[in-house]
Structures are given as structure tokens and as C-alpha cells.
Design a protein around this ligand. Structure first.
Ligand SMILES: *Cc1c(COP(=O)(O)O)cnc(C)c1O
Length: 438
């Protein structure tokens, strides 16, 4: 019989955990998870934790979701996985058709990957290769935003701007251009979010006017820069970025790996700016948090540039589990839930109720920049010490909350099925944590 302590010991011996200084677990134990149900994760003694970060932003409709479980069990009786080079299957075809129908613009061609970082790699390679196939091989530079996060493989890290993840590996990375971030927290005194966004777009315009000849693509996280601490920005930036990319002949890559599938209040964040990218990266919530899967969606124009007799003009990127049938089926079940439960509209009402219930937090004397977009809530904590995030996380665990502040930013990104009483508990206990953390 597995118990909490034996699992922790074995895990520390055998498992190298992600995004973790393993030595820190001498002081702060891992959280052993025996099972999950809805927003709750349970350990082997029946202690529960409210999954306030949707298990790293992936879970949309709760753990052990009956509808996704049933779809996966059905799929297991058909085909679990088949090679996607030279073969095809129903889940991958249906998912591609449905995503093309739902996504902004005309992104009718789906290329599958295994996770978010690999979607970024695919989008970068595809944009460079697109220009090369059009006789513009000099267009090999990428522009990304300051504070951006696009994943941690070497290519994705090159367009990421989080010092903690990036600096060590600098000698391995390709140089990329970091444009100023439209994050409204960076607006200087007296400037509003929109004026700040416009000023950042002005910078982008000056840059592209000079360097478009060498630039393959601009990659950005629409509306919310997640990993830097939920930096939210005005949609005017996206409208300008879209227009500038079109004008200067630069591809626009929208990384909706975190913002996609309803997280910002619309199915895709780009919708709030009324724009469509040339390449759209999706992952995280795509399978409802069940299985690793990502996709890069693109236009006829990009696809057609690869369609030729020569093998070298083809996009030869591959990974062995491309278009995994089980993962695609989980994604289809997730899309069914969106449609059957009218999730986008339901979340709008829910977010309004939750906003009202969160007022004590918004007005707490230590809370700065309280903000909400869709099903994301975030704020900075004044007077936070260097150890704040770790301390807050530990305090939260003693109060049945699984939260992972980023620096001095506390955020909630719960599964969409969170009920009002669960939200109340989240708010009340977060207030307690604020009062007990230095
Ligand atoms: C999480 C994330 C990624 C990377 O996805 P992984 O599956 O962790 O590789 C890329 N971009 C954004 C915006 C993300 O939030």
C-alpha cells in the first residue's frame, strides 16, 4: 500500500521534478497526489487541495471528468495511436476540422506537436521555411516581447524573456529581438493602458520599418503574458501588431498556449482584438488537461508555400506521437463540453460573480494591480520578501489551497467548473495567507 511518506521518499530518490531546486524539498515536502475529483486533489490520507492553478494552467473541466473519461475509454477500444506519416485517423481529422471552424481567420491547416514548447519550435521553423520557400531566406530573425514566455527548449527559450529560465543557457541560444512589452503594469505615471500599448506599437513600427527584410515573424502571447506574472495588456497592441506585420511582410505567430480555450473570456484571446494571426499555437487546455498535445494552425498561404514536388520544400518536422489518437479524442471531448454547456457564456456570468466575491482581496491594503480577465485573476503583494512565493505557497497548502505565486504576483487560474462555495473558500483562505506572510 502506498502512503504519503513512502511516496515522497521514493519520488525524491527517483524523480527529478520540473522547475524545482530539488534541495528546497528538504524544507518543503512535495504534495503527494493519490487521486483527483473536480477542483480537488487528494493525498493518501484524504487531505485535499483546491487546484487553484489548474495543474499548471491545463485543466479546464476538473479532474476525473466523467465525459472526458468516457471518451477516452471509448477511444481505447478503437485505436490508441497510429503513425501519422502516411496514415490518418478519425480523431485527428475531426479535431483539425473543428479547430479550423472555431479559430479566428482562416487557419485551415493543423500541424500537431506534443507540448507547448514544441508548438513554438514548429511555428518558428515553419515561418523561416515559409520565407525561404518564397526565395526570402534572409528573413531569419524573430521578434518577441520583453517578459515573454514561449517554452524552454532552445528555440523557444531564444524568444522567451524570463531571466531565471534563460540566462544560464545564453551561450546556447540564438539572438532574438525583444520589443517593449505592452503590459499595462509598465505604463509610466499618468499613461493609461491603451497609450502604453500604442507607444510599444510605435517602437515595433520603427523596428519593422528598418528590419523587416531580415525578420521572419513576430511571436507574442495575446492579451496576457502568463509566465512573467499575468501581465495583461490592451488589445490595441494586437490590432497594431497585426497591421504592422501585414504591412511589412512579417508573419504573426499568436502563442495562445495559455490564453486559448476560454481562459481570457473568449475562446481565443485574439478574438478580443478582432484579429487573426498567420500561425496560432495551442496546447495546455486543448485536452482539458488530460494528455500532452499541441497544434500549430496556419493559413493556405503558408501551407501552399510548402506544397511542391521537391522534398526539401516540405515541412519535414516530425515527432513520433504526432496527432496521438487518445490526445485528439480528449480534445474532442473538451470541445464537446464547450458546446454542450455553453461554457464561454457561463464563464462570463461566473467571472462576474467571482469578481464581486473577490472584493475583499481587491481592497486588501497589501494588494496592488488587482486585475481580472476571463478566468484569470492576479495581483501583486506589497512588501513581499524574496522568499514570498515559497512562503505563500506553503501557507496556502496548510489551508487546502494549491497556489504557486510568481515572484510577488499571486494569481488564480482555477478549472472552469469551480463552484461559488469553492471560490469563496479560495478567496477567504488567500486573505488569511496574505495576513500571515512576510
Ligand atoms: C506553458 C506555455 C508554453 C510552453 O508549453 P509547455 O507545454 O510547458 O512546453 C508556451 N507558451 C506559453 C504562453 C505558455 O504559457
Amino acid at each position: 500500500m502506498t502512503d504519503n511518506n513512502s511516496l515522497l521518499t521514493r519520488s525524491l530518490n527517483a524523480v527529478w521534478h520540473p522547475c524545482t531546486q530539488m534541495k528546497a524539498h528538504e524544507a518543503q515536502p512535495l504534495v503527494p497526489i493519490a487521486r483527483g475529483q473536480g477542483v480537488w486533489l487528494y493525498d493518501f490520507d484524504g487531505r485535499r487541495y483546491l487546484d487553484g492553478v489548474s495543474s499548471w494552467w491545463v485543466n479546464l473541466f476538473g479532474h476525473a471528468n466523467a465525459r472526458i473519461n468516457a471518451a477516452l475509454i471509448d477511444q481505447l477500444g478503437r485505436i490508441e495511436h497510429a503513425i501519422l506519416a502516411g496514415c490518418t485517423h478519425e480523431p485527428v481529422v475531426e479535431l483539425s476540422e473543428r479547430l479550423a471552424h472555431l479559430a479566428p481567420g482562416s487557419l485551415g491547416h493543423c500541424f500537431y506537436g506534443s507540448d507547448g514548447a514544441s508548438a513554438t519550435e514548429i511555428a518558428l521553423k515553419m515561418s523561416f521555411h515559409y520565407w525561404r520557400n518564397n526565395g526570402r531566406g534572409a528573413k531569419s530573425a524573430f521578434v518577441s516581447l520583453a517578459q515573454s514566455y514561449h517554452g524552454e527548449t532552445l528555440g523557444a527559450l531564444s524568444v522567451t524573456d524570463v531571466a531565471l529560465f534563460k540566462d544560464v543557457y545564453a551561450p546556447l541560444l540564438r539572438a532574438s529581438i525583444q520589443a517593449p512589452s505592452p503590459d499595462s503594469r509598465l505604463a509610466s505615471g499618468g499613461t493609461d493602458a491603451e497609450a502604453h500599448a500604442q507607444a510599444c506599437a510605435d517602437w515595433l513600427e520603427r523596428h519593422l520599418a528598418q528590419h523587416a527584410e531580415r525578420t521572419a515573424a513576430l511571436i507574442l502571447e495575446p492579451l496576457v503574458q502568463g509566465a512573467c506574472g499575468m501581465g495583461m495588456y490592451h488589445p490595441a497592441y494586437l490590432r497594431r501588431a497585426r497591421a504592422l506585420c501585414t504591412h511589412y511582410g512579417v508573419l504573426l505567430i499568436a502563442d495562445e498556449i495559455m490564453t486559448g480555450f476560454g481562459r481570457t473570456g473568449t475562446l481565443f484571446a485574439c478574438e478580443q482584438a478582432g484579429i487573426a494571426p498567420d500561425l496560432l499555437c495551442l496546447s495546455k487546455g486543448i485536452t482539458g488537461g488530460y494528455l500532452p498535445l499541441s497544434v500549430v494552425m496556419t493559413t493556405d498561404a503558408v501551407y501552399d508555400a510548402f506544397y511542391a514536388d521537391e522534398m526539401t520544400r516540405a515541412f519535414l518536422h516530425s515527432h513520433s506521437y504526432t496527432g496521438n489518437a487518445l490526445a485528439c479524442r480528449a480534445a474532442l471531448a473538451t470541445l464537446d463540453i464547450f458546446a454542450d454547456d455553453n461554457v464561454i457564456a457561463a464563464n462570463r456570468d461566473k467571472a462576474a460573480r467571482f469578481g464581486a466575491l473577490a472584493q475583499p482581496l481587491a481592497r486588501h491594503p497589501r494588494v496592488r494591480n488587482y486585475r481580472n480577465l476571463g478566468m484569470i485573476w492576479a495581483f501583486e503583494v506589497a512588501g513581499a520578501s524574496a522568499a514570498f512565493a515559497r512562503e505563500f505557497q506553503a501557507q496556502a497548502l496548510t489551508r487546502e489551497l494549491l497556489l504557486r505565486p510568481i515572484g510577488d504576483t499571486v494569481y488564480f487560474m482555477p478549472p472552469y467548473i469551480i463552484a461559488d462555495d469553492e471560490w469563496r473558500l479560495l478567496v477567504e483562505r488567500t486573505l488569511e495567507c496574505l495576513d500571515s506572510c512576510a
